[in-house]
Design a binder for this molecule. Sequence first.
Ligand code: SF4
Length: 229
Amino acid sequence: MATPKGWKPPDRRRVKRIMLKLCQAYGAPVLRAHRAPVDELVLTVLSQNTNDRNRDVAYGRLRERYDSWAAVRDAPPGEVEDAIRPGGLAPTKAVRIQAILRAIGDDDLAWMEGAPVQEAREYLCSLPGVGSKTAACVLLFSYGREDIPVDTHVYRVGTRLGLFRPKAPLEEAHDEILRLAAPGDAYELHVSLIRHGRRTCHARTPACTECVLLRMCPHGRAAVRDGWA
Ligand code: SF4
């Protein structure tokens, strides 16, 4: 892997300092693992290309209409599509959800609580349309396993802070942040970076002059120095 000039891979201590500063600023998040991996899998598919509110409406309608995941799997595709329409991309998501449910069959995925993380991740990524972000959501939110979903906020904030190689593909960013997170820090790191992306490090106009990470952030220092933040 080529290393661009001026970028050095960070170490774990730096990532820990970033996480602690963000926890001071926004509070330390507490994981409540719900132990419902199939629910999380479906919810994460519904979250693609939409906001949390629309995702939740779509999910709620699906749960109201069907009393089990087997019933969703065996329903006419048009019916499932209609139920999840408020979440957007309903035809694609309905096909994907039913394909995933067919692939897992009667497996409730509870074995993922104790299986090696890599084995569980590989299984999830073998399901139709499931990538490392969805797999990480299932593992982290269902059971608190050591995985970190790299969503748009994590990717943007991490890139600006220099945690990832500039323009690193998502898969590389995922592997890199997992390498950088200290054992037990996955959830705190993930949620802290998302909170920071939503509240301060906005996509278009990051509030660098108010940011607790300014001194540690190459992007923010350049922005303030050059007067565009
Ligand atoms: S200094 Fe600016 S770019 Fe860097 S993390 Fe803070 S808000 Fe984001």
